[in-house]
Unconditional design. Structure first.
Length: 320
């Protein structure tokens, strides 16, 4: 099979570089398991884990015939490098090594940020009121505020940052790569519903029950309010990344058609949520930006600006 020109190969690499973490700061799920063994054990039962390890009935993603077929159409070899890496694997670049290597499927740091600069910060509770070593329960309030702010500043994406977590899902599950879809034949996108997914395999709120209970929301959040916020942020981020995905299209084809359909579905889902009596202010504002939108290859700048506006709404609502 004829290989793609080098410039096109490079363009595919760049377009599909979605996850914005530094592999040199990746510590891996084994580091997280030191304090979060139940959460990591739960992850090991998910598709995100199995994509790398495989199962008794299905090979790992990089060994599947369909993966090799896609790579062949793109003139590539090896799923653990290049176009597949950013969304299907967690990569780590150890000191002294020439390049990063895949160490697992999407894992803790794919969602919560590369932990090299914050793993030693976020779980250190300082001294308690008596001068002894504090625990999570006895940590002084001011120290907690400072600790969490330091973790945030050093790249941790905590559970309160719903927008950033949702963004990490949609920037991969929308498959925003025209060549990968049109040339490689990769599925154009995933039918992802952020709030529904969070209540299934992805949910891992074991921290405050010593691993005994997987709560429907982190401890610091009311369950009903958290699920409502997950739903609204998910709908908004879906629209944002559907717009961004279409804005990357350069020609009519399976990719542009699929992304156009995704935009229309996202708008329809927001409209239905608003009509059902859901919280309307932020939804209505987002819908106002797309009310008369033209989903056309000649309107890419307009679509990108609209995506930016939806992003601002999503972040503002997420931070409330």
């Amino acid at each position: 099979m004829k290989k793609l020109p080098l410039f096109l190969f490079c363009s595919i690499q760049i377009l599909f570089s979605q996850i914005d973490y530094d592999p040199k700061l990746i510590r891996g799920a084994t580091a997280c398991a030191n304090c979060h063994p139940t959460a990591v054990s739960h992850w090991e039962g998910t598709d995100h884990f199995k994509v790398f390890s495989g199962t008794d009935t299905e090979p790992a993603m990089h060994r599947r015939p369909e993966t090799k077929e896609i790579l062949g159409k793109l003139g590539m070899k090896g799923a653990k490098r290049g176009v597949c890496v950013d969304c299907h694997f967690t990569t780590q670049h150890l000191a002294g090594k020439k390049r990063a290597r895949a160490i697992s499927g999407p894992s803790c740091e794919s969602c919560h940020g590369a932990s090299g600069n914050w793993i030693e910060i976020h779980g250190v509770y300082g001294e308690d009121a008596s001068g002894g070593k504090a625990t999570r329960e006895t940590e002084i309030a001011s120290h907690k505020v400072e600790r969490l702010q330091n973790a945030d500043d050093n790249g941790m994406i905590r559970t309160n940052n719903i927008y950033a977590i949702a963004k990490n899902c949609y920037q991969c599950h929308t498959v925003p790569n025209e060549d990968l879809v049109n040339i490689g034949g990769h599925k154009s996108n995933s039918d992802i519903d952020f709030s529904t997914w969070l209540n299934k395999d992805i949910k891992h709120n074991f921290l405050y029950s010593d691993g005994k209970s997987n709560r429907n929301a982190p401890r610091d959040f009311d369950i009903a309010e958290r699920q409502k916020k997950n739903k609204i942020v998910g709908l908004l981020v879906d629209l944002e990344y559907s717009l961004r995905g279409y804005a990357k299209a350069t020609s009519e084809g399976d990719y542009s058609i699929s992304m156009k359909n995704r935009i229309e579905t996202a708008i329809s889902n927001l409209t239905a949520f608003e009509s059902s009596g859901g919280e309307s202010k932020d939804i209505s504002e987002a819908l106002s930006y797309v009310k008369n939108i033209s989903i056309s290859l000649s309107k890419m700048d307009e679509l990108s600006i609209t995506a930016d506006n939806v992003r601002k709404i999503a972040i503002t609502y997420s931070d409330k």
